[in-house]
Design a protein around this ligand. Sequence first.
Ligand code: FES
Length: 106
Amino acid sequence: MPTVVYHLPDGSNSVVEVPAGQSVMDGSVRNNLPGIIAECGGSCSCATCHVYLGEDAAQCFGEPSMEERDLLEYLEGASPGSRLACQLIVRAEMGIVEVTVAQSGG
Ligand code: FES
């Protein structure tokens, strides 16, 4: 099963197996990890599932949609590696992917 390594806001890491077809947000919420609030439940409208991707991970997941881009643009603390975790769908062939979870609410 694909594995997501979450680098959490408190500096710790959590390693979670996330079934293909689920999002990086799902993997976090199902395991009660801190940082990803996911207020909107994954419909790309709340931006409380902000994560940062390194280059490798960014390539894995492909380009963000226009909708996601619009939200990221107004997000405090956004950087070029910023993504919304609910839009990052895990695929079987990914292996291990690393994400850095942004501070809650930002
Ligand atoms: S969970 Fe709301 S935008 Fe991702």
